[in-house]
Design a protein. Structure first.
Length: 96
């Protein structure tokens, strides 16, 4: 399980007018062409104060640089689930 306090802090730093309360932890495994491209736990947070999103998804991962990186994805269309959030984050990484 990720450090919920650190993830909550990352959410609040991104959206300072929001508050975030942890709702659940969802295991996600994303497979592409038969290979696992990401596997871990996604934390679901309820947001208060955000003008459009009522929830967001967040997780931490160890990068190739050895540092811990944090990902936060708002639950806004087309993102409707933790799995969608992981897919969106992967697409964003590939585009970089």
């Amino acid at each position: 399980m990720s450090d919920l306090g650190t993830l909550r802090g990352a959410i609040i730093r991104l959206e300072p007018r929001d508050d975030a309360a942890h709702v659940s932890t969802v295991p996600v495994k994303e497979v592409f062409q038969g290979k696992t491209v990401w596997e871990g736990e996604v934390e679901v947070f309820r947001l208060t104060g955000h003008p459009k999103a009522e929830r967001c998804y967040a997780w931490a991962y160890q990068g190739d640089d050895g540092r811990t990186h944090y990902t936060v994805v708002l639950k806004l269309p087309p993102v409707k689930s933790p799995q969608d959030a992981v897919r969106a984050a992967i697409r964003a990484q590939v585009k970089k």
